[in-house]
Ligand binder design. Structure first.
Ligand SMILES: Cc1cc2nc3c(=O)[nH]c(=O)nc-3n(C[C@H](O)[C@H](O)[C@H](O)COP(=O)(O)OP(=O)(O)OC[C@H]3O[C@@H](n4cnc5c(N)ncnc54)[C@H](O)[C@@H]3O)c2cc1C
Length: 368
């Protein structure tokens, strides 16, 4: 579409998480202003690290924000799967996921930094906090959105980036319900010496036994380490209440460094891990889902945030290539859904002592 029509488009993004914020940045890079509507009254990200993969980083370069990402992230060359007693079971280079044979690495970043970098790109008057979508009505060539605060808007294109419990999805596309994985994730960001000793270099490690996976992700540029304990639990409440003392007991068969790290954590963010089954359709002629709203997945392939950002990049490319919004949305789903369908499926397999590769997605996606 021409830039002239782009500048007249009314675009609304519902949800100011990683997916929604990335979408607004991607659209800005092609001359489209998007208004971002977030239910929370302030943007708060869970303190945890994520590994950004080469195809995601390609979009950061395309959007002109790679310099900032580089300053606020550390490069990682290897991932290891480690037994509870400390034996290294698998040590592998990050997989190649683009055509560039040099790009076998990931960049480890704190989620809050990522969101902040995205939001800093956007005009402040385009970010609307305290706007929880209550109802969305699809009129074919435009949609009407009503918020709980009483405001309502109309837009030529609405992107539903409102997370795993998406209202946009349930009101327009699918009655699928989130599925409990049978596990909890307890996350903290720590500065203690023991945690640094677990990851002295830039390797991301996952410690495993039969019940738990403990992800230890160096954020050395911040002098921090991200510490994520995923463990089986019958309690399916979204925000389970689990004390640091209980978590110390849960990790008592892991190496000293893990136990000592757990002993120093005063507060965890505790969440039950849910995903959704793949849904058939993500878009109409003027509304599309993006990120977890479209394809929430478990975290074992580390692809949820990466997928949301790549969705944003592909959506912007499709809007540029296509002659109309309906055509662009069709193209967007056809390019992204086969990839995220596979990641949803693969992400249900957590690494164990029997794991033969740190990257089960590799044989499906590696281009080399
Ligand atoms: C333990 C754990 C570890 C993970 N590790 C990784 C990793 O290493 N790598 C990786 O790539 N991914 C990882 N992920 C996944 C990643 O965090 C998510 O896939 C990603 O954050 C999804 O972004 P999103 O913007 O689609 O959704 P969300 O981050 O859920 O954002 C949705 C936003 O929409 C807002 N919202 C919801 N409803 C409404 C409404 N009705 N109106 C307005 N706003 C609304 C919410 O407040 C929220 O801000 C992990 C996830 C977990 C649980």
């Amino acid at each position: 579409m021409s830039m002239k029509s782009n500048s007249k488009l009314r675009v609304a993004v519902i949800g100011g998480g990683i997916g929604g914020a990335a979408t607004a940045v991607a659209l800005k890079s092609i001359g489209i202003r998007a208004d971002l509507y977030e239910q929370a009254s302030e943007i708060k990200e869970v303190g945890a690290g994520v590994g950004m993969r080469p195809p995601t980083v390609n979009y950061f370069k395309k959007w002109g924000i790679y310099g900032e990402i580089e300053r606020k992230s550390s490069r990682s060359d290897y991932m290891e799967v480690v037994a509870a007693n400390g034996d290294v079971l698998v040590r592998e280079r990050w997989p190649l996921l683009t055509d560039n044979p040099e790009e076998k690495w990931a960049r480890l970043v704190h989620r809050a930094d990522l969101i902040e970098i995205f939001l800093n790109q956007l005009p402040t008057d385009s970010i609307h906090l305290g706007h929880r979508l209550d109802k969305i009505i699809d009129h074919g060539n435009y949609a009407e959105v009503h918020f709980e605060n009483g405001r309502s808007i109309e837009a030529d294109l609405v992107i539903g980036a409102d997370g795993i419990r998406s209202e946009v999805r349930s009101q327009l596309f699918s009655d699928t319900k989130p599925i409990y994985s049978g596990t909890h994730a307890y996350r903290a960001v720590v500065t203690n010496k023991e945690a640094f000793e677990l990851v002295p270099d830039n390797t991301l490690k996952v410690y495993v036994d039969g019940r738990a996976q403990i992800y230890v992700l160096p954020l050395h540029h911040r002098n921090q380490v991200s510490f994520d304990v995923t463990i089986q639990s019958p309690d399916a409440s979204w925000r389970p209440v689990v004390s640091p003392e209980e978590i110390v007991k849960l990790v008592d068969n892991f190496v000293d460094g893990i136990q000592k790290t757990a002993l120093t954590v005063e507060e965890y963010t505790c969440r039950s891990v849910y995903d959704i089954d793949s849904i058939d359709r993500w878009h109409s002629n003027c509304v599309a889902l993006l990120g977890d709203a479209a394809h929430a997945m478990q975290h074992h392939t580390g692809q949820g945030a990466n997928s949301a950002i790549q969705d944003a990049g592909v959506l912007a490319e499709c809007l540029q290539e296509a002659d109309s919004i309906p055509e662009a949305l069709q193209l967007y789903q056809s390019r992204r859904k086969p990839v995220t369908d596979k990641f949803q499926e693969l992400s249900r397999q957590a690494p164990t002592q029997q794991t033969e590769t740190a990257f089960i997605e590799k044989s499906h996606f590696e281009k080399a």
